[in-house]
Design a protein around this ligand. Structure first.
Ligand SMILES: [Zn+2]
Length: 366
């Protein structure tokens, strides 16, 4: 089947993170089985969620992992000019939700399978769910696969426009609850205003973010070489004539490699003091792979830029690294069009990826 048709089939399965995704998992599993792979399903939390691990070649040998997530972000409220779940060709562009992020890569992997040579070392395909909502699928998978010998080389085909990327910050969240005491608004002195406390909390967090901005790490790799913090949501108050008794703030922050998210939350707690309680929502860990791995060398001839850099977004790589993998991010399409209306991948890039995947597998597993 031409890779464009495979991509069209994958795009036609919406697989938005909030929805069950067994339909797309079945298509992918069937194609892997047809190519002679062993297919294991690892159900993940939530209804109709599964990760797939497909392997071929001698188990436990140090070949290659290819990984991609099967979920996509929603399309609601976006000005799509064609059906987002029907792959539409417009000149060189193949438009559809997930075409770049990252069903294009998944389609190219499936397409490369039938023509692979006999493998001397193991090829493992890791397809995850719920990547777009905090890498939840890969986190569940890490627990299930702990202790298993898996290849160290790992390629995550997120859209990087064929640049090789070896690092990214993590992404975690904290939920801060500011308690108060309700009172009639005509006698505000009898209450304790939770929104006023939240305002002080936000100030304290901004001061903390300024301190973090001065703590420079990895300046050679990152555009923002420090821990980034964003006050993302706020909710409080119930009526104009009531002193609010509760205000909740959600904060996103991006730990750098080597940092513990708990330690960063501890700093928030210290700054906030009695103004509120802070609860950590664990997220996607940072990823850091040393320079010059065998996979990086193998990818060089196909890379659109020299060297291996960093991306700002989080991937499953942070979780997969906990299984002993050294992930690199490299794939067709641009992150600039991902998550937006009329997301696309270029036909030429997609078709080229099939060849690249075949050659990389032959090199690392042949
Ligand atoms: Zn992605």
């Amino acid at each position: 089947m031409p890779v464009v048709d495979t991509l069209a089939r994958l795009v036609a399965e919406p697989s938005v993170s909030s929805e069950p995704m067994l339909g797309i998992a079945a298509i992918v599993a069937e194609r892997c089985e047809a190519a002679g792979m062993r297919v294991e399903r690892f159900p993940a939390p939530g209804e109709g969620k599964t990760n797939l691990v497909c392997s071929r070649g001698p188990a436990g040998t140090d070949g290659l992992v290819l990984s991609g997530h099967l979920d996509v972000v929603p399309v609601q409220g976006q000005p799509w000019t064609s059906d987002p779940f029907r792959l539409t060709a417009r000149g060189d562009r193949l438009v559809g939700r997930g075409s770049a992020d990252m069903k294009g890569f998944v389609a190219a992997v499936l397409e490369a399978l039938p023509s692979l040579p006999r493998l001397e070392r193991e090829l493992v395909l890791v397809f995850t769910c719920d990547e777009e909502v905090g890498c939840l699928g890969s986190r569940a998978l890490v627990e299930r696969l702990a202790g298993r010998r898996l290849p160290r080389a790992c390629l995550i085909g997120e859209p990087t426009g064929f640049r090789v990327q070896r690092m990214h910050p993590g992404h975690s969240a904290a939920r801060i609850v500011c308690p108060g005491r309700a009172a009639h608004s005509s006698k505000p002195d009898l209450g304790d205003n939770a929104i006023r406390k939240a305002a002080k909390v936000i100030d304290a967090l901004e001061t903390l973010a300024e301190d973090w901005r001065r703590d420079i790490r990895f300046p050679e790799l990152l555009e923002r070489p420090f821990v980034v913090l964003n006050v993302a949501t706020i909710e409080g108050g119930s009526a104009i004539n009531i002193v609010p008794d509760r205000c909740v703030i959600e904060v996103g922050f991006r730990p750098l490699p080597g940092m513990m998210e708990e330690a960063l939350v501890a700093q928030m707690r210290e700054r906030i003091g009695a103004l509120g309680t802070v609860e950590l929502r664990p997220g996607a860990p940072a990823m850091f792979t040393p320079e010059g791995t065998a996979l990086e060398v193998a990818l060089r001839p196909y890379a659109s830029a020299p060297g291996a850099g960093a991306v700002a977004f989080a991937t499953d790589g942070g979780n997969l690294a906990q299984l002993g993998m050294a992930p690199l991010v490299f794939g067709p399409g641009s992150i600039d069009v991902a998550h937006k209306a009329d997301e696309f991948v270029e036909r030429g890039e997609l078709e080229r990826t099939v060849g690249v995947v075949g050659e990389i597998v032959a090199r690392l597993c042949g």
